[in-house]
Design a protein around this ligand. Sequence first.
Ligand code: FPP
Length: 206
Amino acid sequence: MGINIPQHIAIIMDGNRRWALERGLPALEGHRRVTDKILEPLIEHAAKRGVKFITFWAWSTENWKRDKHEVEGIMRLFKGTLRSRGNRLHEKGVQVRIIGDISKFDAQLRTLLTDLVEKTKHNTKITVIFALNYGGRDEIVRAMVKYFNAPQPPLKIRGGKGGVTEREFEQYLDTSGIPDPELIIRTGGEQRLSGFLLWQSEYSEL
Ligand code: FPP
């Protein structure tokens, strides 16, 4: 009997520090293990099985509160990963998209991200979505601001009959055009979403 392959799987990537601590390693080793050994094989495996979208929550709006050393280490890891694996992902037909507010990252990281998104935009094998400086409430507030700043079509201020619909509003979310995830995985084991894809997770299995 065949199994249903989800079109979109979204992953909250936590438990990395605990993994490292249990082995007496520095916290950053947990994150490095993800980028060095897990990310690419997982993307390839998902593509092979017919998954069309895979989202990784790599940085939340709350993560800036971590200690400076860890924040700097993870920023270096993001840059290193994009430099060493960006082209390979492109060659494998991966389309990269970003959700979240990347304006808070430094110029170097922003350029690496926007270049990779631009370069891969016509790829069709699988779409990999990195959630960076992402928070679900933050996304909805930013969508509201975009909605009110949109030049056209004429804005419908009220909800209800004749007013703005859910389908219209969600085009202003970062995930516009991406189907809602059927499956959300939290690797650290907690059973809460912490605002991950707050709008999009309405029917997701956890
Ligand atoms: C969350 O919990 C994890 C992070 C804040 C960082 C995750 C980032 C990466 C693995 C790098 C991914 C790189 C790219 C390019 C997408 P935790 O595991 O630090 O904490 P916990 O053990 O305390 O739950």
